[in-house]
Write a protein of this length. Structure first.
Length: 139
């Protein structure tokens, strides 16, 4: 109950004890409940990892260990861009010619995409079709 956040007064009431008696007789259990739970969960997580008992159990273990044992999920990586990178992408860079080449390339790609869309819409002839030689005689 301690691990789940139940107040000691409520635990004492459930056990039909005075709160002072609870603290006196069960001090070690009250103090170590979280440590014991985390050790059990860590052992269970190892069992799950080796026997493959499902994602839901692993998620529960990770949640408890994150909340109670202060374990951290290190899969999230934050990258701070350098001032040079920020300057480059905001146009404040000395390498404006490189930036302009990139913008020109993007404009060419957009124009090509517009041509493709026009062909799909039937506004322009398909320039990709190859002339297969002489036309077949009409029957």
């Amino acid at each position: 109950m301690t691990v789940n956040g139940v107040p000691q007064a409520d635990i004492a009431k459930a056990m039909q004890l005075d709160p002072k008696t609870l603290r006196k007789c069960y001090r070690e259990s009250l103090d170590n409940a979280t440590i014991v739970l985390c050790a059990r969960v860590a052992r269970h997580l190892g069992t799950i990892a080796t026997t493959g008992r499902g994602a839901a159990a692993v998620s529960a273990c990770r949640y408890i260990l994150g909340r109670k044992a202060n374990w951290k999920d290190t899969t999230h990586v934050e990258i701070e861009p350098s001032p040079d990178t920020i300057a480059y992408f905001t146009g404040e860079s000395q390498s404006a010619d490189v930036r302009q080449r990139i913008l020109d390339k993007l404009a060419a790609i957009r124009a090509n995409n517009d041509k493709i869309e026009a062909i799909r819409a039937g506004d322009e002839p398909d320039l990709c079709e190859v002339d297969k030689g002489t036309p077949e005689p009409e029957a």
